[in-house]
Design a protein around this ligand. Structure first.
Ligand code: IPM
Ligand code: MN
Length: 371
């Protein structure tokens, strides 16, 4: 038995849970249900502490992200699990920006890892594609680019109005995300990596991406690295997704192609993400938003949030537990024990129950003993 793993088994993990708004609340309840089930099955100690940060609290008290949040999360927790943020009563999205983008920036979560994995051929809108064809990961730069909020509006509301939104690319920021993607490929023995930008039009910011990519790829000669402009990449993702294993790109492009990738693999109901700082606390969430019109109706698919929870378990070093959750998710998809969007008969809660029971019944196989 791996001594490290035994040591982990005695460790207690503390998770900050932020259900947020809309269906975020519904899917997070199922993710925590599944986490409790897998922790129970494995004999792990998992403490889940819930925070009510979201639109209700913002409208009631004017507080979005509390002032001490960043430090508290860093000091007192091992990971963060988020549902979704966004509410029609806050059209400015101010609270969502403060909480989600605020945590990405303040905790320096510079990697946004968004795996795209087809679990069943019937779920892709592409013809004649199987699990083997759609299996890649997008690394989205998560702290720079068009998301930094630098800019301004001049002569607002007049015919002469000017709105400026700056695209910030730093050498350090570009290099660390490109290097992270290469390191991931190396560690996971993935032979192909594609960097995507728009350097044919963005001749300063993305010229930097080109130069950094050219330098970093030299250090990874065993990895076949390629480049597509983002418009061509979007086309290639649909035309021939099997060519991709690792994709690395900037913040805005990563946002867009992660929705495209999610749809290739069965829709937003299945797409998880990890906002990662490899040296500090990280945050896991579904790629989807808060879908207010489905909130509280027992309709939302909890699998994206549940797979985000599995990514979190893996990050915590509990890879057997992560594998158990993933196996349960696969089984539920194959047996059509899912919500309606994936062709199943279940509601949100029943889909979560099914997985929790499946895990409790199967138990958690230790890596050495798995058959
Ligand atoms: C995402 C979301 C966010 C983003 C929104 C809610 C600001 O679309 O996580 O992909 O654009 O990053
Ligand atoms: Mn998005």
């Amino acid at each position: 038995m791996d001594p490290l793993r035994r040591q982990h088994a005695q460790e207690r993990k503390r998770i900050a849970v932020i259900p947020g708004d809309g269906i975020g609340v519904d899917v997070t309840a199922e993710a925590t249900k599944v986490l409790r089930s897998v922790a129970g099955a494995a004999g792990r100690k998992l403490e889940l502490v819930e925070f009510d940060w979201g639109a209700d609290r913002y409208l009631r008290e004017g507080v979005s992200l509390p002032a001490d949040a960043e430090q508290m999360l860093r000091e007192e927790f091992d990971a963060i699990l988020v549902g979704a943020l966004g509410d029609p009563r806050v059209p400015s999205m101010k609270h969502a920006a403060d909480i989600l983008l605020g945590l990405r920036f303040k905790l320096d979560l510079f990697v946004n890892a968004r795996p795209v994995e087809l679990l069943d051929p019937r779920l892709t809108p592409l013809r004649d594609r199987t699990e083997r064809d759609i299996h890649f990961i997008v690394f989205r730069e998560n702290t720079e680019g068009l998301y930094v909020g630098i800019g301004g509006i001049f002569k607002k509301g007049t015919a002469d109005e000017i709105a400026v939104q700056e695209d910030v690319n730093t050498r350090k920021g570009v290099e660390r995300i490109i290097r992270y993607a290469f390191e991931y490929a190396r560690q996971h023995k993935l032979g192909r990596l594609c960097m995507s930008d728009k350097s044919n039009a963005l001749n300063y910011g993305h010229d930097l991406w080109q130069r950094v990519f050219a330098a970093v790829r030299e250090e990874y000669p065993e990895i076949e690295s390629s480049h597509w402009y983002i418009d061509a990449l979007s086309m290639q993702m649909v035309k021939d997704p099997a060519q991709f294993q690792v994709i690395v790109t900037c913040n805005m492009f990563g946002d867009i192609i992660s929705d495209l990738g999610a749809q290739l693999a069965g829709g937003m109901g299945l797409a998880p993400s990890g906002n990662i700082n490899p040296e500090s606390i990280s945050l896991f969430e579904p790629v989807h938003g808060s879908a207010p019109k489905y909130a509280g109706k027992n309709l939302a698919n909890p699998l994206a949030a549940i797979q985000a929870a599995a990514m979190m378990l893996d990050y915590l070093g509990w890879s057997d537990e992560a594998a158990a959750v993933q196996a349960a998710v696969r089984a539920s998809v194959h047996e059509r024990q899912t919500t309606h969007d994936l062709g199943g008969p279940l509601g949100t809660r029943e889909a979560g129950d099914w997985l929790a029971h499946y895990i409790a019944k199967q138990g958690v196989a230790r890596a050495g003993t798995r058959t």
